[in-house]
Ligand binder design. Structure first.
Ligand SMILES: C[C@@H](N)C(=O)N[C@H](C)C(=O)O
Ligand SMILES: [Zn+2]
Length: 204
């Protein structure tokens, strides 16, 4: 894939894997099953806004510090009697292009020329469930690209407002930065990581 340049003349360095590469160099896998997280990786299934399975399988890779922060968030959630629900972690830049082509609005899908923190392995899309895996009411669905998804959307019932706040507090305590437009999206911005085109394998 080589190098891409953003319109704001910031150079976006894309690291791509070669045929035969199976490991994501520089990333750490978050083992959702052993951590009792709910694996709902949306883009490894057809039930998403693209109606296409665009990931080879449902695995969560992040930069090591971001992975550690997600694990911390999970511990905080579990101490309170909840489970982390994981919709997305690292997202190859090729998929960002595909998403942006469909949605075309940077409020909902970051411009691929600039790159999303998902492409850097430094963002997650998450929610919470109870101990039995029942999703908490967040007042709207994951990837509902409408104002209902704004964290501060006013027309929410009390429970949904409280649940959004609970999720946000857990994630902020763990080191993530919330995104106002999407209640589920959290960035980990401690370092500037390069965007990547690496795609994981499913059998190692
Ligand atoms: C596509 C959606 N789940 C998401 O992550 N959007 C943000 C803005 C992104 O693309 O970084
Ligand atoms: Zn996101």
């Amino acid at each position: 894939m080589g190098l891409l340049f953003s319109s704001q003349d910031r150079q976006l360095k894309i690291v791509n894997n070669q045929p035969g590469d199976s490991l994501l160099v520089g990333f750490k896998e978050v083992n959702m099953d052993s951590l009792n997280m709910l694996n709902r990786m949306a883009y490894a299934d057809t039930a998403n806004f693209m109606h296409q399975k665009v990931y080879p399988c449902a695995r969560c890779f992040l930069r090591p510090e971001a992975a550690q922060a997600l694990e911390k968030a999970n511990e905080i959630a579990q101490d309170k009697g909840y489970r982390m629900v994981v919709y997305d972690c690292y997202r190859p830049i090729t998929i960002q292009y595909k998403m942006f082509e469909i949605v075309g609005n940077p409020e909902w899908v970051a411009r691929p020329t600039k790159g999303s923190n998902h492409n850097r392995g430094a963002a997650v899309d998450v929610s919470l469930s109870d101990e039995n895996g029942n999703l908490l009411d967040m007042g709207g669905a994951f990837d509902d690209f409408s104002e209902v998804s704004h964290y501060s959307y006013s027309n929410l019932n009390k429970e949904a407002k409280a649940n959004r706040k609970l999720l946000r507090n857990i994630m902020v305590r763990a080191g993530f930065i919330p995104y106002e437009s999407e209640w589920w999206h959290f960035d980990f911005k401690q370092k500037r990581y390069p965007a990547s085109g690496l795609v994981w394998s499913c059998n190692d």
